[in-house]
Design a protein around this ligand. Sequence first.
Ligand code: G4P
Length: 527
Amino acid sequence: MANLSDEISRRRTFAIISHPDAGKTTLTEKLLLYGGAIHIAGAVKSNKIKKTATSDWMEIEKQRGISVATSVMGFNYGDYKINILDTPGHQDFAEDTYRTLTAVDSVIIVVDVAKGVEQQTRKLMEVCRMRNTPVIIFVNKLDREGRDPFEILDELETELKIGVRPLSWPINIGAKFKGVYNIYEHGLDLFTPNKQRVTERVEIDDINDPRIDENVGEKDAAKLREDLELLEGVYPEFEVDEYLKGRLAPVFFGSALNTFGVKELLDCFVKIAPSPRPVTAEERSIDPHEEQFSGFVFKIHANMDPNHRSCIAFVKVCSGEFQRNASYKHIRSGKFMRFAAPTAFMAQKKNIVDEAYPGDIVGIPDTGNFKIGDTLTQGEELHFKGLPSFSPEMFKYIENTDPMKSKQLEKGIQQLMDEGVAQLFVNQFNGRKIIGTVGQLQFEVIQYRLLHEYAAQCRWEPVSLYKACWIESDDDEALAAFKKRKHQFMAVDRDGRDVFLADSNYVLQMAQNDFPKIRFHFSSEYH
Ligand code: G4P
C-alpha cells in the first residue's frame, strides 16, 4: 500500500477559471501536453457554448458530452499528481463552477492582457475569497496588442481585491513582444512566435547581465531594468505563506497559444500550490491525513444515453484512502454501499481504480442514489459544508403539459434538482412549482432533458420575482408573523426550508426593515 502522506503531498488539485475567451481551454491543453496526457495540440475540445448558440440543442448536448470527458483531467508531472477540474465556460452554468471550486485546493485565473479583469472573473474570485483559496494569475495573449502591464496589475489588485506580486515580467507586448524576465527563477525567456516551440531560456546571472542586452537589444534591456526597479519598489517580496492564505496572488505573463510561459507557470505552481487541505464538515474539520476515508459529491453528471438513466457522481476524496469494493456509509440515507466500478480520470481516459487518495476525484456510476453535497464515510456521521446554493436570479413556473405523464415529470424534476441543474421552490400559497436558475439556458436544458430522458413535457409560465431568499429567526413568533403577513410569497425549498419570494428589491428592503428579527440569507449555507 502506498504511503498516505506521500500520496497527499504530491497531489495538486485545482481549477482554471476565466472569463470566456481569455484562454482557459488553450492553457489547459498546454498543461496536458506537458504532463504527457495528450500528444497533439487541439486534443482538448472547448467546452464552451458559443455565445450565439444559446438556443441550440445540439450545442447543449455537445457540451454535456464534452464536459464528461474533460470534467477531471489527471496526469503526472515529475513527482506530482495533478488533477485539473474543469469548469463550464458559459456563465449560465456559473453555479456548477461555484460547486467545483469547493472541490479544489487552489485555482489559476487566466486574464486576457487586452481585456483585463472581466465580469465573470470578478464573480468567481468572490467565491475564491469566501474560501481563502490560493490563486495564481496568468496574464495571457502577450503576443497580441494589450494594456500596459503595470495598469493590469493595478486592475487585478483593485478589481479582484487581492494583493498581487509579478513573478515574471514582459519585454514589450504584441508585435514587439520579445519574451519575459522570469523573476521567480531569474532567467530570460525569449519568445518565438511559433506554436510548436517551447520557451527558449537564456541563463543569466542577474538583471545587469549583458546577455540580456545581447538578446533583446539595449533599449529594451534598459526599459526592463527600469520596470523591475519600479516593481521591486512597489510590490512586496513574494511570500508563499501569503499566497497560501489567499491574500497574495503571484502573476505570470505569457501566451498560452504559443506555449510561452506555460512551463514556467506549471513549474512554479507545483512547487508552491497547496496539497489537499483540511475540509470543514458541520461536525469538525477533517484532515486529509486521517486514516478513515471520507469524501463528498460535488457534481453529478447524467448519462448521455436516455435509455439508461444512469449518472456519474463525482466524489472528492477528503481523507484516508478510498478503496474499490469497500463498504462506505452514505450519510443522507444511512445506508452502507459498495462501489464495484469507481473510475479515475487519468490522461483523458476513464479507468476503473482500486484506490484513490485525498485530492483525487472518483467517478461513481449511480442510478439516482446521490445528491449534490452527499457525504460518504467509513461510518462516522459527517456532513461536509461548502456546497451552497445561491439565490437564483431567474424564475419560472413549471407546468405539466401531458397529464398522463405527471409521474415522469415529478421524477425528472426531482433528479435534475439532485444534479443541481436548478432549484425548486414550492409556493405555499398556491402550491405551484417554481424553478429558479442563474441563467436562461437552464430552462431550455431542463425542458429538453425532461422530454428526452423522462418523456415528460413541460411548459414555462412567467412569474415576476426579484429574489428568493432563505429566512430564519430565533424568535418563533416573529417568524410566524412574517410568514402570515407574506403568505402569498412564502415557499419551501427541497429540504423544506422557508424561502421568501420577493417580487422587487424594494419589497425585499421593506421586509428587511419591517422585520428586524428575521434573518435573510442569499445562499443556502447559513448554519
Ligand atoms: P476560453 O476557454 O477561456 O473560453 O478560451 P480559449 O482557450 O478557447 O481561447 C479563446 C481564443 O483565444 C481562441 O481563439 C484561442 O486560440 C485564443 N488564444 C488563447 N491563447 C492565446 C494567446 O496566447 N494568444 C492569442 N493570440 N490567442 C490566444 P478562437 O479564434 O476563438 O478559437 P480557435 O478557433 O482558435 O479555437
